[in-house]
Design a protein around this ligand. Structure first.
Ligand code: IPE
Ligand code: IPE
Ligand code: MG
Length: 250
């Protein structure tokens, strides 16, 4: 029995987020420069997106560039930005064919103009697609996101457009970059690191976490199915008891 056929498509995570890590180590292991790992990583993105789309997952958020990644060597940053542009150009036809809607989270205005243009174009072209949202986290940092939301909310209060008493989870949610997305159900990180690295802090409050030693360029459809099967073996209790969950499933 294939891994894919073991997956119960009625109990899929709605929103899967992935910290795609290990490109540099993968390249070094083969005796190549780090950037070769990033190039190889694009194929893993393609496979993961295809697997998620086929299964019927509604949102896939991929951590592609963090606010901290600006601290890397300029050559590596330039390569990553160029890869983004060339991959978008290459994949747009597939997005249309597979009904993929592209969106981004993060402070996009700080990306190179070329990348901003390409993103804007791809987002516009795919805006009516409905099968899956591919959400790319670019120049994304959860703390930056929370600071940004706090500023917008504060302005509304100063302008009397919002009362302090009205601030609740929904208000916070609606001022984050992910305002139109459900909370993350399942967070995957590759490469054996067990940390969050400033990714989606608010949105993963009740996510199931999955860490695999596989380096991102080696991640593929089968690895994704294995992760989803692992998710499906868990009991999400949200503070309740196991008995309560069992009874509500009856
Ligand atoms: C993840 O791989 C890709 C990005 C952060 C852009 P890394 O480049 O972090 O790979 P390692 O962690 O150095 O192996
Ligand atoms: C997190 O990976 C960011 C992305 C995957 C884009 P890093 O490799 O930058 O994370 P740290 O710095 O090792 O925690
Ligand atoms: Mg890394």
């Amino acid at each position: 029995m294939s891994l894919k056929s073991k997956i119960n498509t009625k109990f899929l995570p709605k929103h899967v987020a992935i910290i795609m890590d290990g490109n540099g180590r993968w390249a070094k292991k083969q005796g190549f420069k780090r950037v070769f790992g990033h190039k190889k990583g694009v194929e893993a993105v393609r496979q993961t997106l295809e697997a998620a789309t086929e299964l019927g997952i509604e949102t896939l958020t991929l951590f592609a560039f963090s606010t901290e990644n600006w601290n890397r060597p300029k050559f590596e940053i330039d390569t990553l930005m160029n890869l983004l542009v060339s991959s978008l150009k290459k994949e747009i036809k597939t997005f249309q064919k597979n009904n993929v809607k592209l969106q981004t989270i993060g402070n996009i205005e700080m990306l190179p103009k070329k990348a901003q243009r390409e993103l804007k174009e791809s987002i516009e072209l795919t805006k009516n697609n409905t099968k899956i949202i591919l959400n790319l986290a670019l120049n994304y940092g959860a703390r930056e996101e929370i600071i940004n939301a706090t500023k917008i909310i504060s302005k509304k209060i100063v302008n009397n457009d919002l009362k302090i008493e009205e601030i609740d989870e929904n208000i916070i949610n609606s001022h984050l970059y992910t305002f139109n997305l459900p909370n993350v159900d399942f967070l995957i990180r590759t490469s054996g690191e067990k940390r969050i690295s400033n990714f989606l802090l608010w949105q993963i409050a009740y996510a199931e976490l999955y860490f695999t030693d596989v380096l991102w360029p080696d991640f593929n459809k089968e690895e994704f199915y294995e992760a989803i099967l692992n998710y499906q073996s868990r009991e999400r209790r949200f503070g309740k008891t196991s008995e309560q969950i069992e009874n509500s499933n009856k």
